[in-house]
Design a binder for this molecule. Structure first.
Ligand code: ZN
Length: 86
């Protein structure tokens, strides 16, 4: 995979969200092992993704009276991470 294509196709984000097919995944992996910019960007994005998962999945849900909109958002985010098997 070419660097410009990796950037334009949002390969990093699609890789982390497991939205690539096997061929795309393999192409991107071959690219970022030889591209310092993509390797660095993937590390930062991966750390962010892990922190977001911890915040979302480890936080207790609030009762309805404490904050219904926020609790609903937490449930949606947890469902997202559960679907991604994170
Ligand atoms: Zn690159």
């Amino acid at each position: 995979m070419d660097h410009d294509i990796a950037i334009q196709s949002m390969a990093r984000e699609r890789y982390l969200l497991e939205e690539m097919n096997e061929e795309e995944r393999s192409d991107y992996e071959q690219h970022f092992f030889s591209c310092e910019e993509c390797k660095s960007g993937l590390t930062v994005a991966s750390d962010f993704f892990d922190k977001a998962r911890q915040v979302v999945c480890d936080r207790p849900l609030l009762s309805a009276s404490e904050g219904r909109p926020f609790s609903r958002l937490l449930r949606i985010c947890r469902s997202f991470f559960k679907r991604r098997r994170c």
